[in-house]
Ligand binder design. Structure first.
Ligand SMILES: [Zn+2]
Ligand SMILES: [Zn+2]
Length: 251
């Protein structure tokens, strides 16, 4: 019998204008970083977690301005709570999936049971079971594309379309301080390119683009933040692995 844990989320204050929110009772391998950036005129929330507990209520004390919510991509660990918010954005390639609640793309591999009960060491409410887990549709989400700018008044974020992990994966580049929010495109762990909507060739192209990105601070969708040196190492490792000649017995 698992215990109910509330609040379900945990917040780490990184700076006055930057917070990292996570779901500590969900397995660390798939636990997403949700980034809250405070701006002068509006705030920005990048990703919304699983959607098994109200993120909107949890964040209420931190929110004092209009909130723009951007999903780095449609996968459940990032888009689960989007339906709760009013101003929601997602790349146009995954816009329909989020609006309609397309679980095939959202769970990315539903037949293997992407969200089993064993991934939770506590539950958000009595009676919760991952067996019934689904992400709610977000019919009011708006489509964005590469080159769009999310403006918070005193800082702005350029949308970079970086497909490969999924077709609508984006990164957000803070043009004021050159920090980069990378979603699942690149993080310091095993990168996933064999999901329902992954395309390795696109992933390599996206990675090559990031190799020259001027940034000193990467805020990823999973695991720890890192600097440009580590970013370049992770990119090179991925590209080298993908471009390595296949074993003769396989060709
Ligand atoms: Zn993902
Ligand atoms: Zn993820």
């Amino acid at each position: 019998m698992k215990t109910v844990r509330q609040p379900w989320f945990h917040t780490q204050r990184i700076r006055d204008d930057l917070y990292c929110i996570s779901e500590p009772h969900y397995t660390w391998q798939n636990r997403a970083n949700l980034w809250l950036i405070k701006g002068r005129d509006s705030d920005l929330l990048i990703d919304t977690g699983l959607g098994v507990s109200s993120l909107k209520l949890y964040l209420a004390d931190l929110l004092d301005k209009p909130l723009k919510v951007v999903a780095s991509h449609v996968h459940f660990d990032h888009s689960g709570g989007c339906h709760e918010f009013e101003q929601v954005y997602i790349h146009q390639n995954e816009h329909h999936a989020l609006c309609s609640g397309d679980q095939r793309l959202i769970l990315s591999a539903p037949d293997i049971g992407a969200v089993p009960d064993r991934d939770f060491d506590a539950i958000p409410y009595q009676g919760f079971s991952a067996n019934h887990y689904e992400v709610k549709a977000c019919p009011h989400a708006q489509a964005i594309e590469g080159g769009d700018v999310i403006d918070l008044g005193d800082k702005a974020f350029e949308v970079m379309h970086l497909p490969g992990h999924s077709s609508g994966s984006i990164g957000l580049y803070n043009t004021s301080d050159q920090s980069f929010f990378s979603g699942d495109v690149v993080y310091d762990g095993e990168l996933l390119d064999k999901l329902e909507d992954s395309i390795v060739e696109d992933y390599i192209t996206s990675m090559e683009r990031l190799l020259t990105l001027k940034t000193h601070e990467v805020r990823p969708g999973h695991y720890q933040s890192f600097d440009r040196r580590r970013l370049q190492l992770l990119i090179k490792k991925y590209i080298d692995e993908k471009k390595a000649p296949a074993c003769p017995s396989e060709s």
